[in-house]
Design a protein around this ligand. Structure first.
Ligand SMILES: C[S@@+](CC[C@H](N)C(=O)[O-])C[C@H]1O[C@@H](n2cnc3c(N)ncnc32)[C@H](O)[C@@H]1O
Length: 492
């Protein structure tokens, strides 16, 4: 098995990466937030395969699983090869649920949880983020894999959101199942503290309270030490605001405060944190900030591209070196990606010029533009745009001419035409005929309005030309972060 050199981002299915790349007992802390679309009609998830409405409702970035040959194969794999108690549990769940979407989801999770158990160090911990739609089934699976004696907490992440549904109480929490690999004394755990209640503060100030007995012999906080207290021990209900939609870099992005709390409690500086469903990279950013080593895995180039920008934007020159694995390194592997999945190829290609992807699978292409770079070259506060178009097939002069027109529709100053295949002479002439963009406040500076760049050139380090007088605002800016040294526990 290859030596894993953190910090590292892996593109790919986490089951393959875990099996092929991550050694036994090598990880100190795992946080996983597997996609699960709990906003869909609850009943739709429990409809047997064949209920057409169900498939149509469950769309959010392909974040649920439907029962099919893949689920059947994964199910049989666990039932035949897994330890007896996992096999028994999965069979019982299938007898109860049938072959529906929930069962497909649980079947997908089973081999992944088993791999996560394998890679966790004896003193390590795992936090499984889910919601009440599936948490009770997942807890059974965690009990089967990690053992009930290693269950530590069911953490309630409490937040507020817009009210929905009038015939039940508002659902305002997620569930985080915290297990360790070994019983309590052996696990890494740094006690955290929270502020004491206002009434307690009023009565005892910050003094440490030691329990005693009152006149009738009942236990009471009667003795007060003068030494300053750290607060009260952190409990398992965590009120932390959600990331406001306007601030989100990624759908379903979790708050950094939440991840920082988990990482501070269950790891020490230098420890290795793994997030196998890393999405927008909240766990990697929090681990970087808290001086932990980290590994992130995701199966979309969109997520990979966003995480990379978030890390660079958040830490700038303080960012420690990290490796990226599984992304195309040459024209041949780029062509293979394009042949396999054009959409993923486009997300990856636009990331080569630091552009934000401009379309998603549900909405379809947006006016022929695949990526956008925002830039500033004046004090006006309104960003100007570079529009990026990606082509993986045959290209012609007409396509470049079309981009010229699309630039106007998109309100972009500059266009970048990324092509897998080399451009022809007439294409270059067409691009040259678009002339130059000259920023009003920098009259001597000129940028070609239409730039053709091949994948080969981009992989060799060629960069797009546009004004870079201020930090580009391509991605909604991640707040600037500083890395902390020596922070372990404390008031959170
Ligand atoms: C709910 S999001 C994670 C959000 C993340 N916690 C954050 O704060 O930004 C789940 C992510 O898991 C990824 N994913 C789904 N299936 C995967 C798989 N089999 N292997 C790796 N990543 C996967 C999705 O692409 C998505 O980005």
């Amino acid at each position: 098995m290859p030596d894993v050199t953190p910090n590292r981002l892996y593109f790919g299915d986490n089951l393959d990466i875990l099996r092929e790349q991550i050694a036994d007992a090598s990880v100190d802390l795992i946080y996983l937030d597997p996609p699960f679309n709990s906003n869909v009609n609850y009943n739709a998830l429990f409809r047997e395969q064949g209920g057409e409405q169900s498939a149509a409702q469950i769309t959010a970035f392909e974040d649920t699983w439907h029962w099919g040959p893949e689920s059947e194969a994964a199910y049989r794999g666990v039932v035949t090869d897994g330890p007896r108690r996992w096999s028994d549990l999965l069979q019982s769940l299938r007898a109860f649920l049938g072959a529906n979407d929930m069962m497909a989801y649980l079947t997908m999770m089973a081999p992944r949880l088993a791999e996560l158990h394998r890679v966790l160090k004896p003193a390590g911990s795992i936090y499984l983020h889910c919601d009440p739609t599936a948490s009770h089934y997942l807890k059974l699976m965690m009990d089967a894999i990690f053992e009930p004696r290693n269950f530590c907490n069911e953490i309630i992440w409490h937040y507020r959101k817009w009210p929905a549904g009038r015939y039940a109480f508002q659902r305002n929490h997620d569930v985080i199942l915290f297990y360790s690999r070994s019983p309590s004394r052996e696990r890494t755990f740094n006690q955290l503290y929270m502020e004491r209640a206002a009434s307690t503060r009023q009565r005892f100030g910050n003094a440490k309270i030691v329990s005693g007995r009152d006149a009738s012999g009942r236990r009471a906080p009667s003795q007060v030490e003068t030494r300053e207290s750290q607060g009260v021990r952190q409990d398992d209900v965590w009120p932390i605001p959600r990331v406001a939609p306007a601030q989100q870099l990624f759908p379903t992005q979790k708050p950094e405060t939440l991840l920082e709390r988990i990482i501070t409690a269950s790891s020490d500086e230098g420890d290795l944190v793994l997030d196998p469903f890393c999405g927008g990279g909240t766990a990697t950013v929090a681990a970087e900030r808290l001086n932990r080593r980290w590994i992130g895995i995701d199966v979309t180039h969109l997520a990979m591209s966003l995480i990379r920008h978030r890390l660079h934007y958040s830490f700038g020159s303080d960012l420690r070196p990290y490796a990226v694995a599984g992304v195309p390194q040459d024209t041949a592997s780029a062509a293979a990606l394009a042949a396999h999945d054009r959409c993923q190829f486009e997300w990856w290609a636009v990331s080569l010029v630091d552009a934000r992807p401009n379309n998603d699978r549900r909405k379809g292409a947006d006016g022929g533009i695949d990526g956008i770079i925002n830039f500033f070259d004046d004090d006006g506060g309104k960003a100007k745009r570079v529009a990026v178009q990606v082509k993986s097939g045959s290209v012609s002069r007409g396509a470049v001419a079309q981009l010229k027109t699309d630039l106007q529709t998109a309100g972009a100053e500059i266009g970048i035409f990324i092509t897998l295949n080399p451009p022809t002479g007439p294409m270059r002439q067409e691009a040259a005929s678009a002339g130059f963009y000259t920023p009003e406040h920098f009259p001597g500076h000129q940028y070609p309005r239409l730039q053709i760049m091949t994948i080969d050139e981009l992989l060799s380090g060629k960069v797009a030309q546009y004004p870079r007088y201020a930090p580009p605002s391509t991605f909604r800016r991640a707040p600037r972060r500083t890395r902390t040294l020596g922070q372990q526990s404390g008031l959170v």
